[in-house]
Every structure is written in C-alpha cells, then in structure tokens.
Design a binder for this molecule. Structure first.
Ligand SMILES: NC(=O)c1ccc[n+]([C@@H]2O[C@H](COP(=O)([O-])OP(=O)(O)OC[C@H]3O[C@@H](n4cnc5c(N)ncnc54)[C@H](OP(=O)(O)O)[C@@H]3O)[C@@H](O)[C@H]2O)c1
Length: 249
C-alpha cells in the first residue's frame, strides 16, 4: 500500500542514517514531503533526500543539532517556510553510550538527557507552532525500559523519560487534535549499533537467543508502525506505545 501519508509534511530528526533514514525513505514512498534532519552526516542526508525524490516524493535536508534550542527553532521555522505547515514529527535523533555504573559522569548524563529528553521536548514545543489539528508526533523510545540491560542505566533512564513525556504530552495536546505516541524497538542492526559493537558481544548473543522470532531487527522492521502512527488511520490513538522486538521482553 502506498500514499498513506499523501499531502503530509513530516520532519524526521536524525534521519541521515539508521532508523531515521529508513523512516524518511518509507515516508517519502507513502507520499509525504520529508524534512531530513542531520547533525553532521550531510552527504548521507542528501542521499536520503535523493532516494525520496526518486520514489516520487519531495524532501529537503536541514542541518540542526537536536540538543541545541536555537538550532531546533531554526529547523522547524525552515521546514515551515518550505512547506507551509508540519503535520508529522518523528523525534528519532538519539544517542546510546552504554556505560557501567562506575563510568557514570555528569557529561554522560547531560549527553543523553540533552538530546534524548530535552531535545524531544523542545522539538514538540517548536513543531506545535506549525502543526494543524490532525497532527501526529511519534517518539522513538526503546524496549530497554522493559528489559533493563545492565551497563545502560543512563540511556535506559532517558528512554523512560521519553515514555513519561509521551503520555503527558498526549494529554496536553489532545484538546488541540494533536496525537503523541511512541514506538519501542528492540535491538536493531543500524550504523550506530554496529559502531557500538553491541551485536558481536555477549549482549547481542544474549538478546538474539532470548528473542522468540529468532533474529535481531533490521531498520525496515520499524517504519511500518511509524507510518501507521503518523497517518490518519490511527486518528483515535494517542499516548500509546508499539513494541517492535520480535517478541523479546
Ligand atoms: N538501533 C537500535 O537498536 C535502537 C533500538 C531502540 C531505540 N533506538 C533509538 O532509535 C533512534 C535511532 O537509533 P539508530 O540506531 O538509528 O542510531 P544511529 O544509527 O546512531 O543514527 C543516529 C542518527 O541520529 C543523528 N543524530 C545524532 N546526534 C544528533 C543530534 N544531536 N542532532 C541531530 N541528529 C543527531 C545522527 O545524525 P548524524 O550522523 O548527522 O550525526 C544519525 O542520523 C535513537 O533514538 C535510538 O535510541 C535504537
């Protein structure tokens, strides 16, 4: 099925690589105009834009660091200047630096909270200036809040905060006809996960062996649920979470 996001304008944060890139490409194939946000991967972001255009959609790449209030403000103003409104926000940009308790520092804490939590809140604060009734916000949470991996307390706390802000903002924005939901992927083989060497360690082996579907995720496992939450098909769904993890808890 295509065209489920026809006529909608979507901002996908951190969509030069990984899950964000897979979501941006699928949004384009479903007819959305897509704002591909990146922080440093300019050429990768331009490739995603080209892919969206090749499938008949429209897209632009906009650089902005999603932990920086002035850059977040500029991203949404530019998206609105280009497309006239913003119907969908996918808060996806995120950092995961797994560290044991003894390595926790204020720098590690700030790194996660500034991007994964404050950045998500500020993005919502800015996007609602341009979002009409019927708008949809999808936050990228994680199953770490359910299975609680060791050596990942700061990252897990940041995703727990996302679950809380998803529920609170869903209530706050419902009177304006704006929905706020989240997806909770399990471990998905992305560039970031590869770089962190999660998959070839005990962590990866352990998760794989405890996943009923017998494999870890690939980026294309995630976009269909995000398309559903972004589209009008889910117009009576808000404050909810979709778990995509091959049955792993
Ligand atoms: N992969 C998994 O197993 C998994 C599971 C559950 C949840 N998640 C969540 O899904 C999201 C994406 O994960 P991923 O695995 O796709 O990550 P990834 O491969 O590391 O890609 C991260 C993306 O975020 C962007 N980014 C990083 N810092 C940014 C910043 N300050 N401002 C704007 N963009 C920034 C990067 O852009 P640049 O390259 O331009 O910096 C990149 O495009 C994260 O929120 C993560 O916590 C991932």
């Amino acid at each position: 099925m295509t065209g489920r996001l026809q006529g909608k304008v979507a901002v996908v944060t951190g969509s030069a690589r990984g899950l964000g890139a897979a979501i941006a490409r699928r949004f384009g194939a479903e007819g959305a105009s897509v704002v591909v946000n990146y922080s440093s991967s300019k050429s990768a972001a331009n490739e995603v834009v080209d892919d969206v255009i090749k499938t008949g959609g429209d897209a632009i790449a906009v650089q902005a660091k999603m932990g920086d209030p002035a850059e977040i403000e500029r991203l949404f103003a530019e998206a609105n200047r280009t497309y006239g409104q913003i119907d969908v926000l996918v808060n996806n940009a995120g950092v995961y630096d797994f560290q044991p308790l003894e390595n926790i520092s204020i720098e590690l804490f700030r790194k996660h909270m500034e991007l994964n939590v404050y950045g998500y809140l500020l993005a919502v604060k800015e996007v609602v200036k341009y979002m009409p009734t019927g708008g949809s916000i999808v936050n990228m949470s994680s199953t770490v809040t359910i299975f609680g991996p060791e050596n990942a307390s700061v990252y897990t706390a940041s995703k727990g905060a996302i679950d809380g802000l998803t529920r609170a903002l869903s209530n706050e924005l419902a009177p304006r006809g704006i929905r706020v939901n989240a997806v909770k992927p399990g471990v998905v083989d992305t560039e970031g996960v590869e770089a962190g060497d999660f998959l070839h360690s005990d962590f990866g082996t352990n998760i794989r062996s405890r996943t009923p579907m017998g494999r870890l995720g690939v980026p294309d496992d995630i976009p269909p649920a995000v398309v559903y939450l972004a589209s009008d098909e889910s117009s009576w769904t808000t404050g909810e979470f979709i778990i995509l993890a091959g049955g792993h808890r």
